[in-house]
Design a protein around this ligand. Structure first.
Ligand code: NDP
Length: 335
């Protein structure tokens, strides 16, 4: 296997999925690494982040961001170490967070690359609890749901990268935190390790009844990551003037869009429902990341990771993520 500094291994998107993602949509290639120009540096990526938004970018439709181009390196967040530099501010040995995508090496002039300043935070956490998913949780909860002490906050995909942080921050705000997750094992983790008050297994077949038991006073704030039946059920149990942060609708990413069964509930319960994209609030990231980094280093914010080994495992790991096979933040270890 040639992974020396002269050759880069990369995964390209070569076709758009017609329905669920398949391994054939990707191609692994080896590309020679060009010498650095003045002002550039090279990063050996240690971890690649796999995220649900990648599925949307694989389509060619209208969305909040441009589609991933075909025959180009698949996009994605990465953390790694500078291994060669002709840049005054990025010394060899510095750890960096970037968007180098599905490849072992990235070359940059520094634009959009963040230096890791807090060595107490594990490198991989910059792609999870302290990175984009953590900031997503922080933003949606604090800026859209704005929970108050004693209120009930529900979050779907509760064991995942975003959901796990939402519930833990809701608990810190003095709320009753209720998770919804797929399977008994994920639910046990959400309560026993993350400290939620309750977690409902939507795969057990009694979602409406079980959610009512977990949130007996109704739901004041809901952080939606899934859509479909989960959102329909939560909507039916929202208290008047409740707030819903519409973060993701993963249940529909790999298939047909999901209809909303009873939109009239938004009116009759006078709900505020707001979608958001975390990358449109970059000015707030430093505040969020400072808090999340502190909580992680003080072991007051817990997270779990599923780590696939090697670049070639990325396609199957993304396919698994879209089916709920991951347990916590999905990463690919590249070194
Ligand atoms: P997770 O780590 O939560 O992984 C995805 C989880 O979603 C799975 O583990 C699974 O959990 C659940 N899931 C997967 N497929 C389905 C399905 N078909 N039906 C129901 N549930 C499913 O991912 P993230 O925390 O990274 O992301 C969570 C959500 O947040 C996503 O919808 C994502 O698009 C969104 N997001 C939005 C952002 C924004 O700016 N708006 C930014 C970042 C993320 P389970 O087994 O419990 O069902």
């Amino acid at each position: 296997m040639s992974t020396s500094k002269s050759v880069n291994r990369q995964i390209l998107l070569v076709s758009r999925p017609q329905g669920p993602v398949t391994a054939d949509n990707f191609k692994l290639v080896e590309t020679p690494l060009a010498p650095l120009s003045e002002g550039q540096f090279r990063v050996r990526n240690h971890y690649l982040s796999l995220d649900p938004y990648m599925r949307g970018r694989m389509n060619d439709g209208k969305s909040y961001a441009a589609p991933q181009p075909l025959d180009a390196v698949m996009l994605g967040g990465t953390v790694g170490e500078v291994v060669e530099s002709r840049h005054p501010r990025f010394a060899v040995g510095s750890k960096v967070v970037g968007s180098f995508g599905w490849q072992e090496y990235g070359t940059s002039d520094g634009a959009g690359v963040q230096q890791v300043t807090d060595p107490a935070v594990p490198l991989s956490a910059w792609l999870g609890a302290v990175g984009m998913p953590g900031v997503t949780a922080w933003y949606g909860l604090n800026h859209l749901i704005a929970p108050q002490k004693g209120q009930t906050v529900v979050v779907s995909a509760a064991s995942g990268a975003v959901g796990s942080v939402v519930g833990q921050l809701a608990k810190r705000a003095g709320c009753r935190a209720v998770g919804i997750a797929g399977g008994a094992e994920k639910c046990r983790y959400v309560v026993d390790t993350l400290g939620f008050d309750a977690c409902v297994d939507y795969k057990a077949g009694n979602l409406q009844h079980d959610l009512k038991a977990a949130a007996p006073d109704g739901i004041d704030g809901h952080f939606e990551n899934v859509g479909g039946e989960v959102l329909d059920t939560v909507l039916g149990q929202m208290n008047a003037f409740g707030r819903i942060a519409l973060c993701g609708m993963i249940a529909g990413y790999d298939g047909q869009p999901l209809p909303l069964r009873q939109p009239a509930l938004i009116l009759t319960q006078r709900l505020r429902v707001e979608g958001f994209i975390v990358s449109e609030h970059l000015e707030l990231w430093p505040e969020a990341q400072a808090l999340l980094a502190r909580l992680v280093t003080q072991q007051q914010l817990h997270y779990r990771e599923t780590i696939a080994q090697g670049l070639e495992s990325a396609p199957e790991a993304l396919i698994g993520l879209l089916k709920g096979k991951n347990f916590g933040k999905q990463l690919v270890k590249l070194i």
